[in-house]
Design a protein around this ligand. Structure first.
Ligand SMILES: C[S@@+](CC[C@H](N)C(=O)[O-])C[C@H]1O[C@@H](n2cnc3c(N)ncnc32)[C@H](O)[C@@H]1O
Length: 239
């Protein structure tokens, strides 16, 4: 993998090992106090039912069975989709963020509470710009639901690029700070929208800060609004 193209390379956060798990640490952090992914922190007491009425669940709807999370980051949305029963291929291009995603998936597969949804997740260290156009090829994408299909296109693609590093919160969380310093703003994200619409059979969902302009300036077919975030939904009909 080439390094992420838009990175202003910052070295304030480094990937360190702590008892066999990796974390992104600032020089001021004690070992163990770094940023990891932690899907349990989503606190969904009623599992998928807790999600169905939330904005992401409403944007996904009930028909979606397969998805590509093209900008997976720490995988919280990936896990939420899997909890909704969706088989997910998650793509992350930054090597350090991918390491945290891979560690959390490995941990989740061995966790009684998370393992059922985790079994529906595959991850790839890949750039969506390069991977989305290859989704029709069977190589590397062997989700059970697709094995009988001629084409291997997902029902849905989720895009959640970094947008200037902020998410509408007054003070960004430590996770957001680590991501913003590690991957920067995803300045090349606009091009992903057309690619995604050409590669999904039903819909593309773009997660945005509440007041951010639509990705690529393209007006969505409909929008689901949350308090800080919104989900712009685009119809797709790839065949
Ligand atoms: C805002 S974060 C995603 C957060 C994620 N939705 C979650 O729930 O944890 C955006 C991530 O997308 C990744 N990314 C951006 N453009 C990408 C691309 N073209 N291919 C793969 N990953 C990409 C960035 O490296 C970053 O980790």
């Amino acid at each position: 993998m080439k390094p992420t193209p838009n990175l202003p390379q910052q070295h304030a956060w480094t990937l360190e090992d702590f008892h066999g798990r990796r974390e992104l640490r600032k020089s001021s952090d004690k070992p163990g106090a770094g940023v990891r992914s932690d899907w349990k922190s989503l606190r969904l007491p009623d599992g998928a039912n807790s999600l169905r009425n939330q904005p992401l669940g409403r944007a996904v709807g009930k028909e979606i069975r397969t998805a590509v999370d093209a900008t997976a980051g720490l995988g919280y949305d990936t896990y939420a989709l899997a909890l909704l029963g969706v088989e997910v291929l998650a793509l992350e291009r930054d090597a350090n963020v991918f390491a945290l995603l891979a560690d959390e998936l490995a941990r989740a597969k061995n966790d009684a509470q998370l393992c059922a949804a985790a079994a529906r997740i595959q991850i790839e260290h890949a750039s969506a710009h390069q991977r989305l156009p290859t989704l029709r090829e069977k190589v590397g994408f062997t989700l059970g639901l697709f094995t009988a299909r001629e084409f291997i296109l997902p029902d849905m693609i989720l895009l959640d690029p970094m947008f200037g590093g902020e998410r509408g919160a007054a003070k960004p969380s430590k996770e957001i700070q680590a991501l913003a310093a590690t991957v920067g703003a995803d300045l090349d994200a606009d091009a992903l929208l057309d690619m995604a619409i050409a590669s999904a059979t039903q819909r593309v969902i773009v997660k945005r800060s509440r007041l951010a302009p639509p990705l690529s300036g393209r007006v969505p077919d409909w929008t689901i609004k949350g308090k800080l975030l919104r989900f712009d939904v685009y119809r797709a009909g790839a065949r």
